[in-house]
Design a protein around this ligand. Sequence first.
Ligand code: FES
Length: 354
Amino acid sequence: METHDPERVRGRIAAFPRERTWLLPALEAVQASEGWLSLESLEAVGEHLRVPKSEVYGVATHYPEFRLARPGAHLIRVCTGVSCRLTGSLECLGRLQARFGIEAGQTTADGQVTLEEADCFFVCSAAPLVEVDGACHGRVNPAEAEHVPVWYRFSRAPHAAGVARPSAPPELPGESARARLAHLVEAARRRARERPPIRLLVQAGSCGAAVGAEEVVKALRTLAAMRGLEAEVLEGACNGICYGQVAVEVRREGWPRLTVTNVTKDRVPDLLHALFSTEAPVSGFDGVVWADASWRGFPPAREHPFLRGQHRVLRAQRLAHLAVPVPGDARDRPGQRELRGELLRSEQVVQGRG
Ligand code: FES
């Protein structure tokens, strides 16, 4: 475990505006850098943000996510939220306690491992979850707890990926919102023209990442190159199909948009063969086609067992809000009208209600 370094702490917080409102992000940044919050770190944060020590200490001790004691070289956190409990996380925890000879909340005598219970990681669709050195592992079988050391990372930056950093908005040419929007639209069209004909978008949000999205991306890139497929493999964010991660969205000119679910790295060769070496129906994979009729064995959303009863109320409401201009309202300005039009043109709301 890295030791507390006052210079590094000051460097981490220097970019934050000196206002109380940045207290939580600054504490998160320091914990991401140091692995824990020492009293010296808390004082440095308070001094920089001009917040009293008592208030900094109060906030740091209020949130269980903040750690006020130095953890071991490797930090293992087992989610004991409701979904994980129901799917076996307590058994995982018990196995880990036995494996390392410590209780949750303790560190091994050699300072190598700290074991903690954690509240919900908000990756419930991949329950049960065990986080090792900042990386979540989902759908963990209790027997796998014995092999947790293979998940250790040797240069740990816990939670660093999730830390919000103050950043400036990108510079765009043009005086008006309309000009800047036109610039963005043209840049997007240019990127679309230059793309390879096949796009494979791997959903690598929190749920996908917890069940192997990174490995699926690597396997797709390697095997697509070996097969000579003109394909672009991209890591995408959550598409809302958390239950079916890892999900791969397939786009190709002339094909309907397709989402294949529950893809693992071991099944990537079969998937690429089934999709691109024949035109026959694809068997052995689940998924959904975003069209009116089924396609190569994949059902449309309105017939899909999980999706057919869904209606994207939130998205529909947001569009309705954008679509109804209020006289004199900012939404009625020219740039906003164009944005609204673009969104409405590109929208594909799933309507089937069971
Ligand atoms: S209950 Fe474990 S991630 Fe939500």
